[in-house]
Design a protein around this ligand. Structure first.
Ligand code: CU
Length: 155
């Protein structure tokens, strides 16, 4: 192969590689997989730590086998001590019902997955909010009071 041909081939390869990189969705900075505790109304992971401003992907792997154990992951912009807001979201979710996938129209909701049936995996990617503690919960029918955790956002 002549030098000019080699150069041409190199360019084609570079364009293909770069084109592929641009077309790909940027990977999350961190991934965390959360499962329920068997068929209980409880998150197996009740604490997550992530860097403020980074991209976090939360995968909710609903390993429950009881079909009634539907769950999701809903992140709020309040701490776990803000029971009033958590209650509003939890009760609002019941009112929102199946038609709205148990996601009420509430300002406190920062991110959420869709509802996962038993055996189903869902995920959501979001930018970690400024440093602080943020409650997360499952908004399926009354689960919010037992199924909660906290995201620690750190510098
Ligand atoms: Cu649940």
């Amino acid at each position: 192969m002549r030098h000019a041909e080699m150069k041409g081939l190199f360019l084609v390869v570079m364009v293909v590689l770069l084109g592929g990189a641009v077309g790909r969705v940027q990977a999350a900075d961190q991934e965390v997989t959360i499962k329920p505790v068997g068929n209980q109304v409880r998150f197996g992971t009740e604490e997550i730590t992530a860097k403020a401003g980074s991209q976090l992907k939360v995968i909710f792997d609903n390993i429950a086998t009881n079909p009634g154990m539907r769950h999701n992951f809903v992140l709020l912009n309040v701490g776990r001590d803000d029971e009033a807001t958590i209650g509003q979201v939890g009760i609002g979710a019941v009112q929102a019902g199946e038609a709205k996938d148990y996601i009420p129209d509430h300002d406190a909701i920062l991110a959420h997955t869709t509802m996962a049936d038993a055996g189903e995996r869902v995920e959501v990617e979001f930018t970690v909010p400024p440093p602080g503690d943020y409650a997360y919960l499952c908004s399926y029918l009354g689960h919010y009071s037992m199924m909660q955790g906290v995201l620690h956002s750190v510098e």
